[in-house]
Design a protein around this ligand. Structure first.
Ligand code: PAF
Length: 283
């Protein structure tokens, strides 16, 4: 059985462990997670291993990115299984702070983002979300001082927000996006997929299918608005309550009207039952 990685739970122990990892100029990659690890996370870890000498994974379910009505208390927490998976990947260090370490009494600072964070996508439905993500990721970058940090493209707007924040605040970390890992039927891997009933699970790959068909229509020269409307209709017909299905500029996330308006990313968010799923695809 592989040996468990070192786990740091206080800032002094994190600093000591990082000093050792960085000895003799070694580079460090960070993979920020909220645990409940699946193949998507492990793909980030394997990519991190290729990019840097040492790999640190943070496991922290961040309360500030959940609204009061969201699933913070029920979010899957699978610490022992996560640790075994990270051991199998030979991760060098796990940073697992408690809420009191990340947000001690009297904590009163929040990173507020504009640009891709106010693109009228996730932010329209989860107005608290990117402030919470930017604050915790900013803290993780400052605490761990990674050379590289890896994020899944599944949370595409989050990737753009974190990339912009790291650049704007000169945090000295290269933020890297990694392609979404999918189940065999196309459903994007997500820790929240465990909430799906068998019927909902069967319907869930419609999101990816609609994105693929829409991208193919746009590539084939069909009218962009018509292609997007068709994608939205497909998702509604499969029983989802659609939040958005949109074509945006892949970097700025600004709305686009035609294929020539730039590299295009299609983004979708929809609820099936009480579970909200998101996905996206490049055209
Ligand atoms: O994508 C996630 O799992 C979280 O939003 C992140 C980046 C770990 C911040 O809590």
């Amino acid at each position: 059985m592989p040996r468990n990685p070192a786990v740091a739970r206080t800032l002094p122990s994190l600093r000591r462990a990082l000093d050792q990892l960085r000895a003799r100029g070694r580079t460090v990659a960070l993979v920020p997670t909220m645990g409940a690890l699946h193949e998507g996370h492990l793909t980030l870890v394997r990519r991190a291993r290729k990019r840097c000498d040492r790999v640190v994974v943070s496991v922290f379910v961040n309360p500030t990115q959940f609204a009061p009505h969201e699933d913070f208390s029920t979010y899957p927490r699978t610490w022992q299984a996560d640790l075994a998976k990270l051991a199998a990947e030979k991760v060098d260090l796990v940073w697992n702070p408690g809420v009191g370490i990340m947000y001690p009494d009297g904590f009163a600072t929040r990173i507020s983002c504009e640009g891709p964070a106010v693109a009228d996508l996730e932010d329209r439905f989860r107005p608290h979300f990117f402030g919470g993500v930017a604050t915790v990721v900013g803290k993780l970058f400052i605490q761990c001082r990674p050379d590289v940090a890896l994020f899944g493209e599944k949370d595409y707007q989050q990737l753009r927000v974190v990339t912009q924040m790291a650049r704007d605040l000169d945090l000295g970390v290269k933020v890297t996006g990694v392609a979404t890992v999918r189940e065999r039927d196309g459903l994007a891997m997500s820790s929240r997929n465990v909430y799906l009933s068998p019927e909902q699970r069967a319907a869930a790959p419609t999101l990816h299918r609609a994105l693929k068909d829409c991208a193919a229509d746009i590539r084939a020269g069909r009218d962009l608005k018509t292609a997007v409307a068709k994608g939205a209709a497909t998702i509604r017909e499969a029983g989802f309550a659609l939040d958005y299905f949109e074509a945006r500029h892949a970097e700025t996330l600004a709305p686009v009207n035609a294929r020539d308006d730039g590299p295009i990313r299609l983004l979708v968010a929809a609820k099936i039952g009480t579970t909200r799923l998101i996905d996206n695809l490049g055209v």
